[in-house]
Structures are given as C-alpha cells and as structure tokens.
Design a protein around this ligand. Structure first.
Ligand code: AMP
Length: 379
C-alpha cells in the first residue's frame, strides 16, 4: 500500500491562479505546506503559498528541483507540457498523472478518447487543414463551431461557422492551428459534475451544477438543478466512467450539454477543480479543493453533503471595476453572501477576479442572493 502524505508535508502546485490559491488555502487549513511554481510572481497562489518559485514550465532543471522539494505534485493549470509532468514524476508522485493531462489538454485527443470509450459527446470532426475543415463542415452541417485543439478556454480560440462559405475565414481567424469542428448543440441547459477519486479508488460526486454563461465565460452556477433522477444518475455514471477510464487520482470536472430531448452530451473535461465547483466552499461539508488535497495525499475523501438544500455562485469579472472600486461594503451588508477574491491587482474586462457564494433553502433563493449581492457592488 502507498503511504498517505500527512499534514506537515509539502504539496507542490504547478500553476498559480485562483484554483491554486483555493487549493493552497484548503491545504494550509489542514496543516500542509504549499510550494507553487509558475512563470510569474506575486500570483493568486503565491500570495498564500509558503514558497513561490518563478520559472518556465519548460525549464526542466527548475521543475526537477521543485519536485525534489515537495512530497507530491499536482496542477491547477492543465496545459503544462508533457515533458514537465514526466520530469516531475521522476522526483515525486504526480497526481493526477501526466497521462491524464496529455489526454485532456488537446480537444481532439480528449474527444477521441471519449468516443472510443462510448461516452455520449458532441459530434466532432478533426480539422487540421482548410481542406479537412471543409469536409468536416459538409459532414456535420451548420451551424458548427471551430475550436483550436489546444489552449482554448472561456470561448477563446472558437469561431462559429453558420454556412459552408464561412469555413475559410474561420480557418484563417484561428491562424491555421490544429482545430476540431463541433456540431452546434441547441441545449436546454449547460451543467457539470465534479468528481474526486482517491488513491483507494473511492469516488465522490458534486452536482450536477446548472451553469449559465455570459460571453462564453461562466456567470452563475447553482445546485441542485431541476433535473430528473435518471439524468442525475446518468451524469454521475458518465463521470465515474471518465474517472475510472483515465485512472484519475484527484479532482475532475465533466461539463455537459443537456439537450431539449433530455440527452446528456459531454462538452469537455477539466482534470482539476472547476469554476462551477467554487460553490462547494460554502455549500458542502467538504469542498472540491479539500478533496483535491485529500486525494493527492492518499487520504480518504470527505463527505460531499450539501449543508443546506441549495448552493449558488456568481462570478465577479474585471468589468465590475470599470467605474472604480466596487462597493464591498454594500455586498457585505447582505449577510448571507460570502465573498471570495483572488488577490489580482489588475482588473481587466472578462478577467475572473473573485466570486460570491450563498446557501439557501431553494436553488432560486441561493441564486437570488448571489446575483443581488453582485448587483449591490455597483449600486
Ligand atoms: P468550451 O470552451 O468548449 O466549454 O465553450 C465555451 C462555451 O461556448 C460553452 O460553455 C457553451 O456555452 C458554448 N459552446 C461551446 N461549444 C458549443 C457547441 N458545440 N454548441 C453550443 N454551444 C457551444
């Protein structure tokens, strides 16, 4: 049996954004030390870590040195090169394993893996050249959405193709990078399940969270949704199949489209805690970040039980700073609203600066609290 990593040990995180920050907060609350490595300094994670190291992910000497100084390595940024994960794995356990990142950091590999494992997903075709794209558009029909295979997030690297004649311009807009073409899904809801899986192979699930987006960026999440027990079971079964099939030790989010016909389709996987799971910090007995700590340390997972009948989250984007500092006093005047800020100095439009959580007796009430608290910031 692999020995668990006990509090007092040092956990290493690659990537230094808000996901690493909330992981570090959970880890430090449990008595661990946290070292972080990323190419920048004074980061959301670095501000709460014990040690912040600035180095490129491609600097394999720095990665080796970093991994030698920690008891386990995990990620908050899934786009680190494969060589980085392989180098770290020579010196410390890497959880989830580099292979999980390799599969999920490229949309073509991820979707091919899902299709090969019989998991329902949005229909897609590879598009590695303008010619292949035009064949793909003919096969899938329009509208369809062209997405870069790598480094896409929050709708970046995506172009909608409404008719075949737009294919060439879309290919040029994405600068001829490797892409996939996806059929457009006229969904009823977007939802997500967050799963955690320990070294003992036991799993827990959160959600489904019902997610709304604005300009392709997550706006609000709420759980539970008004979904039938059959859909919830199916969403968990899919998440379980993904966790087992990829042999994930850690946390992973499955994002779904739910069609008007009540059909679930996987949109994408994220092999780490996810924005839609931020509501677990105040909504659940054990949050997604504590589960990440427990799973990568080989400890049993905590209870994912909801503390109240419903929990919700509203994101705070940089746009809220347009007219100066938001009115934090007005938000705090709503006693049920819980404020989380990520310590980012510069508020750019679309940049995730923080979020608001609330729990309540119904999903509608929880959503009402977080959106009213957000509106109060500008009142
Ligand atoms: P993604 O980065 O792939 O999660 O895409 C960001 C957002 O764009 C999604 O959350 C959806 O709101 C929208 N979107 C992406 N792909 C599709 C699709 N095939 N059909 C409909 N909406 C989509």
């Amino acid at each position: 049996m692999i020995k668990p990593i006990f509090p007092g040990a040092t956990l290493g995180v690659l990537g230094s954004g808000q996901l690493g920050r909330m992981f570090a907060i959970a880890a430090r609350r449990m008595g661990y030390r946290v070292n972080v490595l990323s190419p920048v300094s004074d980061t959301p994670t670095g501000q709460v870590a014990d040690v912040e190291i600035r180095a490129a992910y491609e600097d394999l000497d720095a990665i080796a040195h970093f991994a030698r100084g920690v008891d386990v390595v995990t990620f908050e940024f899934e786009n680190v090169p494969s060589a980085t994960a392989e180098t770290a794995a020579r010196h410390a356990p890497v959880r989830p394993a580099g292979q999980v990142l390799h599969t999920t950091q490229n949309r073509r590999r991820e979707k091919t893996w899902l299709r090969d494992h019989g998991i329902p997903m949005t229909p897609f075709e590879p598009a590695r050249s303008a010619e292949e794209l035009s064949i793909a558009v003919k096969r899938l029909g329009t509208p369809a959405v062209l997405k870069t295979a790598a480094f896409g997030y929050d709708g970046k690297g995506q172009v909608v193709i409404r008719k075949l004649t737009e294919a060439n311009a879309a290919w040029q807009a994405l600068k001829g990078q490797e892409c996939i073409l996806e059929a457009w899904v006229d969904f009823e809801h977007e939802c997500s399940v967050i799963a955690a899986r320990g070294l003992d192979r036991r799993m827990v699930f959160y959600g489904p969270m019902i997610n709304t987006h604005s300009n392709h960026i997550l706006d609000t999440s709420v759980t539970p949704g008004n979904l039938s027990p059959g859909i919830v079971r199916e969403a968990y079964d899919i998440a379980r199949a993904v966790m087992e099939g990829l042999d994930v030790i850690g946390v992973l989010c499955v994002e779904f489209f739910l069609t008007h016909a009540g059909e679930l389709m996987v949109n994408e996987l994220a092999p780490r805690p996810h924005n839609s799971g931020h509501l677990t910090i105040n909504g659940h007995l054990t949050c997604q970040f504590e589960q990440q700590v427990r799973s990568v340390c080989g400890l049993p997972l905590g209870s994912p039980a909801l503390l109240k009948p419903a929990a919700a989250m509203a994101n705070l984007l940089g746009d809220l700073w347009k007219k100066g500092e938001p009115r934090w006093d007005r938000l705090c005047a709503i006693p049920e609203a819980k404020l989380h800020l990520y310590g980012k100095a510069e508020a750019r439009p679309g940049r995730k600066m923080g979020h608001i959580n609330a729990v309540a007796n119904s999903p509608e009430e929880a959503l009402r609290i977080v959106t009213a608290a957000r509106a109060a910031l500008l009142a």
